[in-house]
Each structure stands twice: as C-alpha cells, then as structure tokens.
Design a binder for this molecule. Structure first.
Ligand code: SF4
Length: 403
C-alpha cells in the first residue's frame, strides 16, 4: 500500500473503550481547518486519506470533507465503530459523497466481551448492520480489531464467524493494543495482553484467512509472533518499501510524521535473522515485556520477495531482490546521514512531530464546553466500569480562539 495519511476529524466518541488511545480533547475541526491538511496530502503525492477520530461519523461535515478529498484525487477511507453507519440513509449519503472504503472496528463477537471492551451494550448488532449497509452501497470493507487481554484467546473464532456470515469481506486488520497514550496508558493492567496470550489464536486466525484467499495486516506485533506470515506485518512492509505515515492528531501532538519503524528490541534480537526488517516491540508505555521476544532463523529474503512482488500491492516500484538490496542499503545510509549528530534519547518515540506550518484544528469556546461536558459524563462511566480516566490534555494556549 502506498502512503496514506490519517486525519482525525473529531476526538469525541459515542463508545467508551477503556483502552482508547485517542480520547476526547478540546480541539475541533471545521472545513477551513481540514481542507489544508487534505491539500497537504495531495501535495505530498499520497495515495489516500483515512478519516478517523474519535468517531469520525460524529462530525457534521464528514460527507463534505470526504467529497472534498475525493475531488482532490485521494482514495477516501474511514475508520469507524459502525454505530451511525448502521443507519442506511447515513451510509448511503456517505457513499454518494465520496467515501470509498470503511474499516469497521469489531473486537469480539462474544456480546459480553464486546460490551465490556466498548463500554456499552448493543454495539454488535449495529456493527453487523454497518457492514451490511457498507456492502449494499458498494464500499470496500475491512474489519479492524484491536488485540487486548480480553479478546486475545478468540481472534480466530471472530474470523470463523466473518468468513461464514459475511463472505464478501476480503481484508482484515489487527492492531495490537498501544499502551502509550490516552486511557490505554492508565488502564494497562485490565487491557494490555502479553504477546503469548494471543500468539496461538492469531496464528489460527491468519491461517484461516490465508487459506481462504483473504488478505490481512497486523500492526504492532513483532515478527517472532507472526510465524509464517511475517510479510503481513504493517511495520515490516513499510520498512521494506521505505514508506512513511503522517497522522494529523487533533490534540497537542498536532502533526506526526513517522519514518522510523523500529521500536524496542531485546538482546536476543541481535542474533535474529529478521532484525533488519522487524519493527520490534511497540512498547512506548512500558506495557510489554521484552523478555517475550525470541530470535527466529528464517530466510529474510523470501519475506522481502513476498512483499515486493505482492500482486495485490504494486506500490513498490522495484520487483527484484537484488534491486531491493541496493535501494534498501541506500535508504539506510541516507537515514544514518540524517541521524548523525542526533542521539536518540532513551524511550524517545520514533515518530517525529513535524512543523508543516499547518494548524490541526483549533480550541473554541464551544469546543471547550463540549469537552468539559463529555469529560464529566465519561468520568461517571469510568467509575461505573472500574477504570481510570486518561490524564487531561490541556490545549496549548496559542490554539485557543473565541467562537
Ligand atoms: S527477536 Fe527481535 S528482531 Fe527478531 S522477530 Fe522478535 S522482535 Fe523482531
């Protein structure tokens, strides 16, 4: 997949996941603040944009921004919990406006587990209706699933259900939980899995999809837990192809451009045959234990070839391993040159905040009022669920404006 940018259009949500890494902030967007960010993706030659949040369907201008991005030639996607997409009229309007592809998040097909993860009951029927509507109006559908302690043992059962009941869904994405931000950071004990918790179920789930001819990607899982499917690691694919990712966060982070996909490695990684193309352990929140990493001794070139010759993903221009090696070496040297003189501090995030000269949203009086109201309501929900609220993220005073 070529570069796709992420644009958070809102940060509030109608669900209340205890592991949300992007919870409510006082920042808001309107068309005037979103359009320049879309234009910036176009200027950079990006293939597409993913509208996300919070829950992006809660933004009143969502159809308009989807239409604008499509008119600029971007492939337009959205990550959603599906709650509003369950409304047929709304789904139709979005498809007509320009939306082409939806990633519908479903964590568990066991209703009690899904309700515990979502912070409210009744979300599964809505997600199923959203899937049906997306299919009806011609949108491509991915199912996204965050791996957590509560669903780690039945990822494969979810896949069995989707294959049997929704055979037209051809692509799936797993995200291992990011314990570094938001509510995920303060509720690690309840939600962060050990790698070994999901190893077997993920292997079975990937096997099921692969043998049925479906495709999938896995994020934030080190290659020693990907068995024969290392080629499906999002980080590995980006390392191999030299891709970047830009996220416009609707919070104090603002714009983050990620070009370095390596995270945390253990001593055993030093002898691992996949060290060069592995993103290691995503451990910015100290939620995972490097002791779980173990070296693997497999043919790295074969994995690289699977990625660069993938017929479903023609985004990398070189198709031979020899040419790739030359290109890869050139990129490593360029990176070394860029990093020379800069020492990476311990625990520093590989993603870089970049100054694009563009503001991501603004803090208005109305936005602040909505945020304060939301936080009070969410505080009550957190208490009922026995989870902690994320640390309050106050906005930069410069971002505050009347309105
Ligand atoms: S041992 Fe380290 S380098 Fe090897 S696959 Fe595991 S995390 Fe990656």
């Amino acid at each position: 997949m070529a570069n796709i940018g992420y644009l958070q259009v809102v940060r509030h949500c109608n669900h209340f996941c205890g592991f949300c890494s992007n919870p409510t902030t006082p920042y808001v967007h309107n068309m005037d603040t979103m359009k320049p960010l879309v234009d910036d993706f176009v200027r950079r030659g990006y293939f597409g944009v993913i509208l996300t949040g919070g829950e992006p369907t809660l933004h009143p201008d969502l159809p308009e921004i989807a239409g604008y991005a499509r008119d600029q030639g971007l492939h337009v996607r959205m990550i959603t919990n599906g709650w509003r997409l369950a409304d047929e009229k709304f789904a139709k309007a979005l498809a007509e406006a320009g939306l082409q592809h939806v990633h519908i998040s479903v964590y568990s097909l066991k209703p009690d587990v899904e309700a515990a993860l979502r912070g409210l009951p009744g979300t599964l029927p809505k997600a199923y209706a959203a899937v049906e509507n997306a299919h009806k109006f011609g949108l491509d559908i991915n199912i996204n699933c965050v791996i957590s302690k509560m669903n780690a043992d039945h990822l494969h059962e979810n896949i069995e259900y989707w294959i049997k009941n929704h055979p037209y869904i051809r692509h799936f994405v797993w995200n291992n939980l990011d314990p570094s931000m938001g509510r995920a950071e303060v509720n690690q004990d309840q939600f962060t899995p050990r790698l070994s918790d999901f190893e077997e179920s993920l292997r079975r789930a990937m096997s099921l999809l692969h043998s049925s001819g479906r495709t999938f990607r896995v994020e934030k899982v080190p290659l020693c837990y990907m068995t024969e499917f290392a080629w499906a690691s999002t980080e590995t694919r980006k390392i191999v192809k030299g891709e970047e990712r830009i996220v416009h966060f609707l919070d104090n982070k603002q714009t983050v451009r990620q070009t370095d996909w390596g995270h945390l490695y253990s001593e055993s990684c030093g002898v691992c045959s996949l060290r060069t193309i592995c993103g290691g352990l995503f451990d910015q929140g100290d939620g995972y234990d490097p002791v779980e990493l173990y070296p693997v001794f497999v043919d790295m070139d074969r994995i690289v070839e699977q990625i660069i010759t993938d017929p479903s993903d023609p985004s990398y221009r070189l198709r031979g391993i020899r040419e790739w090696k030359i290109d890869f070496q050139r990129r490593i040297e360029a990176q070394r040159g860029e990093n020379s003189g800069k020492s990476k501090k311990e625990g520093e995030h590989p993603a870089k905040m970049v100054d694009t000269g563009l503001k991501v949203g603004a803090v208005t009086e109305a936005g602040e009022k909505l945020w304060e109201k939301k936080r009070r309501a969410e505080g009550r929900k957190a208490e009922r669920q026995g989870i902690s609220m994320e640390t309050t993220e106050l906005c930069d005073p410069e971002d505050r404006q009347a309105g």
